[in-house]
Design a binder for this molecule. Sequence first.
Ligand code: FUB
Length: 469
Amino acid sequence: MRRRRWALALLSALTLVTATAGPAPAAAPITTALYTADPAALVVGDTLYLYTGHDEAAPGGTNFVMRDWHVFSSTDTAGWTDHGARLSLANFPWAGADAWAGEVEQRNGKYYWYVSVNGNGPGWMNIGVAVGDSPLGPFTDAKGGPLISDATPNSSPLNIDPTVFTDDDGQAYIYWGSYYGLRAAKLKPDMINLDGPVVTPAGVSNFWEAPWMFKRNGVYYLAYAANDSGCSNPGYACVRYATASNPLGPWTHRGVVLDQVSSTTNHPAIIEFNGEWYMVYHNAAAPGGGDFRRSVTVDRLYWNADGTMRKVVQTQGQGGGQPPAGTNHAGTATVSTSYVSPWETLGAVNDGFVPASSADRSHGAYGNWDRQGTQWIEYRWPSAKDIGRVATYWFDDDQGIDLPASCRVQYWNGSAYVDVPGQSACGVAAHTYNVTTFTPVSTTRLRLNITSRTGHSTGVLEWMALQGM
Ligand code: FUB
């Protein structure tokens, strides 16, 4: 029930942004053998370790089912070894459910794994800590009870998503929280007790959850999931970041480093490995994936000379960026629209081109700048087609054309345009084919109604009309 409350709170709490960074090498989920989420990253020697949650929700599940955490390793970020579930709820006898996000910190030859768990005591989520002698453990409960709970003075409205950072002077800090409640505290040298009061860091704009703390060139960086209307669609989250000259702030917001992803939740880990920087995060892109069946993926992160981060290009963001399988009737259709800018190319929407990103206008793009509100594009065939799915790849030039606020699919029923029956959500994610399914219709005309965000126009790079289911 409480998990449902969390999911509903996220869905109700959360709007947008765009991608600008240069090309990055293709990435894939670190595994498709299981669903993974909430990554944390740690470099030990020549190896990059990823500590992940493990999504076990059934297909179509509407809640998190998470019981253990896995460790993955790689020496090149291309191939990953799954070392299995190295920590589970069973390691915390005082907890019984919800193996949510965690992070591992190394100290004095030991490895401290801070995790979010649902304790059996009062309140909901707690932060526990396990310890092991190697990056792979074995790990055991280090305290016999929560490090942070609802009973901790000034704790977060939801005590989850710990990130631990040790400064050059040896002082360690823990940051955590959700429901807009970021918190921070010093850790004692034993790493399993708070040292002093819990503080509420100032200046971290639109914090929602999933903080990730690191330092570069003497500057402290705090990346976190945000869900404000300036960066993600309702129900989704982007990753913003702030910088400070002191580990406890005050912080200065610097912008968005990762757009929303194909899962509603977003969760960053940013790390330097072998001289390159990476953004590790999760999405719903693996086969059979979803909001509760997520997959960890890795993309390159690039810096500007002034110490700001460029927005990460999601190379495996949304279904791998590949068109869905099936017979596509778009190519044989005649396309029309309510409006196309004179310099744009309506014919781009059904030329079968696979865009590299939502900014890829190399084969032309349909755009309706400077119109706002609802515009449409339409396919017509000389004879009826059986259509049960559409896939839309949105155009976003990071200027006047933006991802839409919403969309709807309609068909011609012989006398009027009406909504296709039983249509699933009309996705508005960037860099992907947003698939909408519906009860198949036999029709000679199909229409995509596109409603813009305030102040923006919309565009489409490719619109597929797929046979049957
Ligand atoms: O995986 C469960 C929760 O979803 C995490 O703790 C949050 O960061 C979000 O990713």
